[in-house]
Write a protein of this length. Structure first.
Length: 322
């Protein structure tokens, strides 16, 4: 069996995680903290950030604090990262994780849904990367940047099209920056997770037949075989960043899907068309967040969702999603 060499230590390095107040971002902050980094979490919600910092301080390691920042605001991202770099005498690690996810048919989500996804997911990653790179190039340890995409950016997923389009752009950005930044000593890691049990279904936005869209998405997102333990996912992502890997695809299902699409794109597109036929149709325009749907609209298949989504509901409690 092939044994990988030990990952180079990152103790004492400064690290920034956008979208770090809950879910995967919070858990990646936890991993960095455990490895001795001085961690700064960025997110839009001050109260949510406060709870996140409280959780991370229980685990110890390096230092952790929070900074309110909307990654869609280019000037704000530049200013906040410059301030953090000045306080920590530089930046060594930056993870661009912030974003949104919308679930529903493309015509129900509309062009505004695509604009919102590109602004939050792609522009958020772009703003973070461009603001971080000048600081990362000056890191004595060699800067590390990770852009969190998705398997949905490697193949289009029905009823997740705005998300897939935005994550596809993130994938291209990560690969291109990895090539361009190599001469500067900065590595860029493209991260493509599949389904993870983070409790994020409560913050996803649902359009169309919102009740049924919530039902299928929340069930699959928590299914043990299809989805991955989020703590394990965060551990693998930070290790890949630590090892300066150019790309990581998480979950067997995601790797299978990405490989199949690369080898047989026509076949996988036909399979996606078959899946789309059984997904909900029609419904209202606009979106509502998952917690609102769960509380007020009584999604169907409650028992099935209760069985498949039990682990995901526990994750929502543990990872600051409520």
């Amino acid at each position: 069996m092939r044994v990988l060499p030990a990952a180079p230590p990152i103790e004492g390095l400064s690290a920034v995680v956008t979208g770090g107040s809950r879910g995967l971002g919070l858990l990646m902050g936890r991993q960095l903290l455990r490895r001795g980094c001085d961690v700064v979490l960025l997110a839009r919600d001050e109260a949510e950030l406060g709870r996140a910092v409280g959780k991370l301080r229980q685990w110890g390691g390096g230092t952790v604090r929070a900074v309110v920042c909307d990654v869609r605001d280019r000037a704000a991202v530049q200013d906040r990262l410059a301030e953090i770099a000045a306080e920590h005498d530089g930046l060594d690690i930056v993870i661009a994780n912030a974003g949104i996810i919308q679930v529903g048919p493309a015509d129900a989500l509309g062009s505004d849904g695509f604009d919102e996804a590109m602004d939050s997911v792609f522009n958020g990653a772009l703003n973070t990367a461009l603001a971080a790179l000048p600081h990362l190039r000056r890191s004595p340890a060699g800067g590390r940047l990770a852009l969190v995409g998705s398997v949905g950016g490697l193949l289009a997923v029905p009823h997740l099209l705005p998300y897939s389009c935005a994550k596809s752009a993130v994938a291209a950005l990560a690969e291109g920056l990895h090539a361009e930044e190599a001469p500067h000593g900065v590595t860029v890691t493209a991260v493509h997770p599949g389904l993870m049990r983070t409790g994020s279904h409560l913050h996803a936005l649902f359009g169309g037949d919102r009740r049924r869209e919530y039902a299928w998405f929340s069930a699959l997102a928590g299914a043990p075989v299809l989805s991955m333990n989020a703590e394990r996912a965060a551990e693998r992502i930070v290790t890949a960043l630590q090892r300066r890997r150019p790309r990581i695809v998480l979950t067997p299902a995601a790797r299978l899907g990405a490989t199949a699409h690369g080898l047989a794109p026509v076949t996988t597109t036909r399979l996606a068309s078959a899946v789309a036929r059984v997904l909900p149709r029609n419904g209202a325009r606009g979106t509502v967040d998952g917690s609102t749907v769960a509380a007020g609209e009584q999604p169907p298949a409650r028992r099935l969702r209760g069985v498949l989504g039990a682990l995901n509901e526990r994750a929502a409690d543990r990872f600051n999603q409520r």
